[in-house]
Structures are given as structure tokens and as C-alpha cells.
Write a protein that binds this ligand. Structure first.
Ligand SMILES: [Zn+2]
Length: 133
């Protein structure tokens, strides 16, 4: 029983402190030390495994594929419209771009999935480029 508790302590403390990284709540990204290089903010806190971190920015069409891929792999994602809702209504939904965020603990996995996705679609993109006027 005692050993079991000890093991649990080790596992718990291991998940709470990862790499000694800090987190900027303003930019939603991991920061190594000191202040955030993006917003210059000094008010940083310890990075937790479920903190949402910025993954990628894509338009509505590719964004929908990204959402599908993440959902199929059980990676929860947070999607934020880059333009405001008012601007979107004016320019149209498909001009909207979205910023995607995933939990830090799943970030590397998500990045890998997207790399595979974009590799598989690279040929199509090139064709689309040459057909453009
Ligand atoms: Zn920041």
C-alpha cells in the first residue's frame, strides 16, 4: 500500500512539472523563461499538460480538415476566428482564418498528424498553383 502511494506521488508530480516551461496566458504559448517574446509579458505561470497551445492558422476549408483529423485522433482543439464575426459576415465565411490550439501534452502528436496531412496534400496544392492564372 505504501509503495503504491509513493508511485502515485511520483506520477502526479511528473505530470505537474514538465520541462520547467512557463506559459503565457495572453499568447497561449509555452515560454522558456523570463518574459514572453511575443507580447513582452512578464506575468507567466507554470506550463500544465492541458494548457492550450497555439498549433496553426488556416482558412475555413483546410480548418475543417484539421478539425476532422484532430477529432479522429481524440485530440480536443480550440478554434478561434482571427477576424471578428462582423468582418466575417462582410467578407464571407470562407475568407475567415482560424487559429487552432491543442492541449500541450498532445501538441507533438497533433503536429505530426498535420505534417502527414500536408505531405499527402502537397501534390494537389502544386497542381492548384500551376492552374492559377
Ligand atoms: Zn505572450
Amino acid at each position: 500500500m505504501k509503495i503504491f502511494l509513493k508511485l502515485k506521488d511520483i506520477i502526479t508530480s511528473g505530470t505537474e512539472r514538465i520541462f520547467d516551461m512557463l506559459y503565457c496566458e495572453n499568447c497561449m504559448k509555452p515560454v522558456e523563461a523570463g518574459r514572453c517574446p511575443d507580447c513582452n509579458r512578464k506575468k507567466l505561470r507554470e506550463l500544465k499538460p492541458d494548457d492550450p497551445v497555439y498549433l496553426i492558422t488556416k482558412d475555413a476549408t483546410i480548418g475543417a480538415s484539421i478539425e476532422d483529423i484532430l477529432r479522429q485522433n481524440n485530440i480536443p482543439c480550440l478554434k478561434r476566428a482571427e477576424l471578428g464575426a462582423g468582418i466575417t459576415a462582410y467578407v464571407g465565411y470562407y475568407h475567415e482564418t482560424f487559429r487552432f490550439y491543442v492541449p500541450h501534452s498532445l501538441f507533438e502528436h497533433a503536429k505530426e498528424l498535420l505534417a502527414n496531412f500536408f505531405d499527402a496534400n502537397e501534390d494537389q496544392d502544386e497542381k492548384a498553383g500551376t492552374n492559377a492564372p
